[in-house]
Ligand binder design. Structure first.
Ligand SMILES: C[S@@+](CC[C@H](N)C(=O)[O-])C[C@H]1O[C@@H](n2cnc3c(N)ncnc32)[C@H](O)[C@@H]1O
Length: 161
């Protein structure tokens, strides 16, 4: 109970109210099927909760640099267990304080208003052809490169900058 209250409190102040929910193992499998990464790729998970998505990607693509930013201390403390993976870099920082221009692939699972704000940042900082994988939400007025069904009600949207 106290742990949950503490978590909520931290989420409000560090995560702008973005809930601590994760991509499920089945959705993760589908994401992996649609990723084509090599040693020139740099994959970012923006707001990665306990690191389950980015650690899976780092293990499946050992030659790809995988970077994860998480602003809240509680998820960051959970994600530290993945720190031994050699191609995985974890940073406890808000995504709004860092430059995203190194990324070639970005995974984003946030609430809609945050998704839109972060997408604008990606557009202004990232190179052309950067792939953005957005779980659940679309960006109004931007052409979707591909829609991948994750379940009956949920999709993964791929955008190309
Ligand atoms: C919905 S969870 C997604 C977790 C993970 N990407 C996944 O799919 O399993 C969103 C995460 O974003 C984090 N977050 C919210 N605002 C952030 C910010 N400004 N910078 C970095 N992380 C942030 C939250 O703390 C939360 O852990």
């Amino acid at each position: 109970m106290l742990k949950n209250l503490y978590r909520e409190f931290q989420q409000i102040f560090y995560g702008f109210g973005v809930p601590f929910v994760s991509t499920t193992p089945r959705q993760m499998e589908i994401l992996l099927e649609h990723l084509n990464l090599d040693n020139n790729s740099v994959f970012y998970d923006i707001g990665c909760w306990d690191g389950r998505v980015i650690s899976q990607i780092a293990k499946n693509f050992p030659n790809t640099r995988c970077v994860w930013y998480e602003s809240s201390p509680y998820p960051f403390s959970l994600a530290k267990k993945h720190q031994g993976i050699k191609n995985l870099e974890l940073f406890r920082d808000s995504i709004f304080k860092v430059w995203l221009g190194h990324a070639t692939h970005i995974y984003l699972y946030m609430v809609p208003y945050m998704t839109r704000i972060i997408f604008k940042k990606i557009q202004s900082e990232c190179k052309a052809w950067t792939k953005v994988y957005i779980k659940s939400h679309t960006i109004p007025g931007i052409l979707i490169s591909k829609t991948i069904p994750l379940s009956q009600k949920n999709n993964l949207y791929i955008y190309t900058i």
